[in-house]
Design a protein around this ligand. Structure first.
Ligand SMILES: Nc1ncnc2c1ncn2[C@@H]1O[C@H](COP(=O)(O)OP(=O)(O)O)[C@@H](O)[C@H]1O
Ligand SMILES: [Mg+2]
Length: 323
């Protein structure tokens, strides 16, 4: 079932096209990632889907409701965690949840607050002031709050921005848990390759307002190239002879003491390959797998970082022009 359907959506700010004719749909239960550099149009897209901005052209439905004509229904269907924190630092974690509960007019939800705080492992901190929380704790609290009115969809805008690697890893676990245990469909934006790859069932790569590729992370990577097992050996001819006898190892090449074996899902074949080589001397074995960065590079001709630099340039020029 399609929970979100977007058709030919465009958003212009003056003559700047922030979102440029995008179409996609999101299925119930998915974790759907928007991956793209700063300025690509991710936040603008989420803002339209959460009814905070109106589209210039095109249409979108969320949970079956139109984002322009059925705003209240859309809002009831979604929980939103935006980039900038909106917690009240002078209140406790529990009080922050409680304010949200009152805003949504939910009466019997005290147990619900405790349940969600437990889910993000903040139940033992609920009486502490938010100003004493770490960045990761605040983000967890915001996610819990976003789920308080039991939305079927949760929007997370750059959920791990500015967090250290360990905290990011933890947060990924919480996000997966939410998706599984609460059956919440999750749409997240990120400019971190690894985050998009590890969390998302499907990824839309967005650049300059356009979706340039949309698929599962593994399908996206397979499109740009297969993975390679590289074997270093003093006897590359023997290595090649041995491997050439195996029918699924038909793509071999060698150079300067290395044999490259190109194949799909190389990471799952690496042990088999080593076993086949048996008594042939090997110095090292390494694995090269394409990343989503390679996918981005393949479609745009630039890395995400380079693209961010050029977007900043465009923004500076834009500012000069509009002065
Ligand atoms: N309210 C606004 N007014 C003018 N330009 C905007 C506004 N919001 C976003 N933009 C511009 O639209 C483009 C996309 O921005 P945004 O959606 O925030 O990108 P992302 O979230 O992918 O970093 C950027 O060039 C940004 O400067
Ligand atoms: Mg953004």
């Amino acid at each position: 079932m399609e929970l979100i359907k977007v058709e030919h959506l465009t958003k212009r700010f003056g003559d700047l096209v922030a979102v440029d004719d995008i179409s996609f749909s999101i299925r119930k239960g998915e974790i759907f990632g928007f991956l793209g550099p700063n300025g690509a149009g991710k936040t603008t897209t989420l803002s339209i889907l959460s009814t905070l901005l109106s589209p210039t052209e095109g249409s979108a439905t969320v949970n079956g409701y139109d984002v322009l004509s059925q705003k209240a229904d859309v809002r009831r269907s979604i929980g939103v965690v935006f980039q900038d924190p909106t917690l009240d630092e002078e209140l406790t974690a529990w009080e922050n949840m409680d304010i949200h509960r009152r805003l949504y007019g939910m009466k019997k939800s005290r147990e619900k607050i405790d349940e969600l705080l437990t889910l993000v492992e903040l139940d033992n901190r609920k009486k502490q002031l938010v100003k004493n929380f770490s960045g990761g704790m605040k983000r967890r609290l915001e996610i819990a709050r976003g789920l308080l009115h039991e939305p079927s969809i949760l929007f997370l805008d750059e959920p791990t921005l500015g967090l250290d690697p360990q905290t990011r890893n933890h947060l990924w676990d919480y996000i997966r848990n939410m998706n599984r245990e609460k059956q919440v469909t999750i749409i997240l934006t990120t400019h971190y390759m690894d985050e998009a790859e590890k969390l998302s069932d499907r990824v839309a790569i967005i650049d300059r307002g356009r979706i340039i590729a949309l698929d599962t992370p593994s399908a996206l990577k397979e499109r740009v190239g297969k993975s390679v097992i590289r074997i270093e050996s003093s006897e590359t001819e023997r290595v090649k002879d041995k491997l050439a006898r195996v029918d699924w190892l038909n793509n071999l090449s060698s150079h300067n003491g290395f044999v490259d074996v190109t194949l799909q899902n190389a990471e799952k074949r690496i042990v088999e390959v080593i076993k086949i080589l048996n008594e042939v001397p090997i110095e090292s074995v390494s694995l090269q797998v394409p990343t989503l960065e390679d996918v981005f590079l393949n479609y745009t001709g630039r890395t995400i970082r380079e693209q961010e630099a050029s977007v900043k340039d465009r923004m500076r020029q834009h500012r000069k022009v509009s002065r």
